[in-house]
Each structure stands twice: as structure tokens, then as C-alpha cells.
Design a protein around this ligand. Structure first.
Ligand code: CDP
Length: 206
């Protein structure tokens, strides 16, 4: 069983993906970490603007070497969105995502293009969203908790800019797949959002 979860920044898709994976005993891949890791390599080399450098970083990425703690910074979220708009970077990361999805028993993947490009045949697809102010508030608290020095206004501006870049790019834009079920988590706590997501997946399994 493959569960494909897409949505914009801080919509709650990562939390839902982790919980669904735990519930069904499936492996989970947060595909945003791949793009964040590519951005981290490029920034370390001082070459974020260099398309060839980002493609090479994507081609040589070691998935076993992803450190979520180090990668979930605001700077790398922004950098990830820059490198993710490059078709060569996306192409280099395609196979490993499909292999992950193809594991015996299935997998849960979350990102921006899982239901549309990576796993178009996934039986269960969710498109998770929430109002921008709610997403900004969640991300603001998360970054504060990590000790980052950020303001709510800067986080909201970053989220709006990333929404626009991710939705407007020509290569695998953020888009709800026709057969994905929309889940708006704006007014849902984690338990309620999980219950709603589980009901959607169970209906598709049936
Ligand atoms: O956690 P958050 O939603 O803020 O970001 P993320 O899921 O870690 O993704 C960071 C950036 O990577 C996004 O803004 C996208 O530009 C890009 N991304 C993508 O293009 N395709 C994916 N499947 C996952 C992430």
C-alpha cells in the first residue's frame, strides 16, 4: 500500500505522514529532506545559484545520510525550494523516491509531487493544506522551539514566497492530483487531523 501525501509548507503533512506510517507499520520518506540536503551541500560550497552544482549534489545524495534535525532550518527550506525548481535536480532524485515507494508492503511518502509525478498510481492520496496564517503560526513555533531567531512576519513572508515558487514552477509544481482527497487542517488539532487522514486512507483501502 502506497500512501502519497502532498501539500504546502507547514500544512501538517509531515506529522500525518509519520503517524500514518506508524499506524500501518510502513516505512516513511519525507522527500523535502532530499531537496533540503541538496541545498545544504550547495550552500556549504557557496554555490546555491549554480545549477550544475545542485544537479551533482542530487546525483550523489546518500539517503542514509539525511539528518532531519540539521536539515529542518528556515534557511534550508528556502534553499530547498530554489534547487527544487530545477528539472535536473528533480530528475536525479526520481529513481530513489520510486524505489522507496516500491518496497514490498508499501510506503508513505510526503512532499509536493508524490501523487502527481512520483507515485501517480498510489491508491491513497491526500492533499493536505491549511490557511497561510495558520501554517505560518505552526512553523514560527516550530522554529522558535529549535532555537532559531525568527519573527512571525518573516515566517509568513517566507511561506507565501515558497507557496508561489513551488506552485508556479514548470517542473512538477505543487498541485493536487485529480484523485487526491483534500484535507484542510486549519481548524483541526493533530488528533482530529490524523483521524480524518486515517478515514480517507481506510476508504481508499476498502
Ligand atoms: O516542511 P516544509 O513543508 O516547509 O518543507 P519541505 O517539505 O521540507 O520541502 C522544502 C522544499 O522542498 C519545498 O518548498 C519544495 O520546494 C521542495 N520539495 C519539492 O519540490 N518536492 C518535494 N517532493 C518535496 C519538497
Amino acid at each position: 500500500m502506497v500512501i502519497a501525501i502532498d501539500g504546502p509548507a507547514a500544512s501538517g503533512k509531515g506529522t500525518l505522514a509519520r503517524r500514518l506510517a506508524a499506524h500501518y507499520g510502513l516505512p516513511h520518506l519525507d522527500t523535502g529532506l532530499l531537496y533540503r540536503a541538496v541545498a545544504a551541500r550547495c550552500i556549504a560550497l557557496g554555490r546555491l545559484a549554480d545549477e550544475a552544482a545542485s544537479e551533482q549534489a542530487a546525483q550523489t545524495l546518500d539517503v542514509s545520510d539525511l539528518d532531519p534535525e540539521a536539515l529542518r532550518t528556515a534557511e534550508l527550506g528556502e534553499g530547498a525550494s530554489v534547487v527544487a525548481a530545477r528539472p535536473g535536480v528533480r530528475a536525479a532524485l526520481l529513481d530513489l523516491q520510486r524505489r522507496f515507494a516500491g518496497q514490498t508492503g508499501g510506503a508513505v511518502l510526503d512532499g509536493r509531487d508524490i501523487g502527481t509525478v512520483i507515485c501517480p498510481d498510489a491508491p491513497a492520496k491526500l492533499f493536505v493544506t491549511a490557511r497561510p496564517d495558520v501554517r505560518a503560526d505552526r512553523r514560527f513555533r516550530e522554529l522558535l522551539g529549535r532555537g532559531e531567531d525568527v519573527s512571525y512576519d518573516a515566517v509568513l513572508a517566507d511561506i507565501l514566497k515558497r507557496d508561489e515558487r513551488d506552485s508556479g514552477r514548470s517542473s512538477a509544481p505543487l498541485l493536487k492530483a485529480d484523485d487526491a482527497v483534500l484535507l484542510d487542517t486549519s481548524d483541526l488539532g493533530i488528533a482530529a487531523a490524523f483521524a480524518a487522514a486515517l478515514a480517507i486512507v481506510e476508504a481508499r483501502r476498502g
